[in-house]
Write a protein of this length. Structure first.
Length: 159
């Protein structure tokens, strides 16, 4: 089991998983991992998904690879609290398109603002946003909204 405040990455199947993997390859971020979630406490996780962010049991992802970042107890508590506050946050498939366009340098006006808008989040954005809300920047070179599951996997050296 993981420690509260860790995050996990997994590979999901179906058309959604294939499209996410393809998109990550197209933007130069290939990864076999296509989904991410945040570990809460009491064996729970939160994940961004169509229909809004929901809490599940950690046991729902038996093949997950977990981060083991050096965090203090207070950072972990703040990350968990930030994650819990995101329950119900809407999901947007357009975030994948916006992240891809931004990474490819396509000149769409308002793109950075759209990707950074916390009113909607894909799974990896939820993880990065919870960390940022707790004062822990996973990727100091970019906004929390510009993070893919593959980015998180590389951060924990998952192959």
């Amino acid at each position: 089991m993981a420690t509260p405040g860790d995050f996990g990455v997994v590979r999901i199947g179906g058309m959604g998983g294939r499209l996410i993997s393809l998109g990550q390859r197209l933007i130069g971020c290939p990864s076999r991992f296509s989904h991410a979630f945040l570990v809460l406490d009491n064996g729970q996780i939160i994940q961004g998904e169509p229909g809004g962010a929901k809490i599940y049991s950690e046991s729902d992802w038996p093949g997950a690879v977990y981060s083991k970042l050096p965090l203090t107890d207070s950072q972990r508590a703040a990350i968990v609290a930030a994650g819990r506050a995101l329950v119900g946050t809407p999901y947007s498939w357009l975030d994948y398109v916006a992240i891809g366009a931004q990474r490819l340098g396509l000149p769409f006006k308002g793109l950075r603002r759209y990707v950074s808008d916390s009113g909607h989040m894909i799974c990896s954005q939820l993880v990065a946003d919870a960390y940022a809300s707790a004062g822990v920047e996973l990727f100091p070179d970019r906004a929390p909204g510009n993070v893919t599951p593959g980015d998180l996997a590389r951060l924990i050296n998952a192959r």
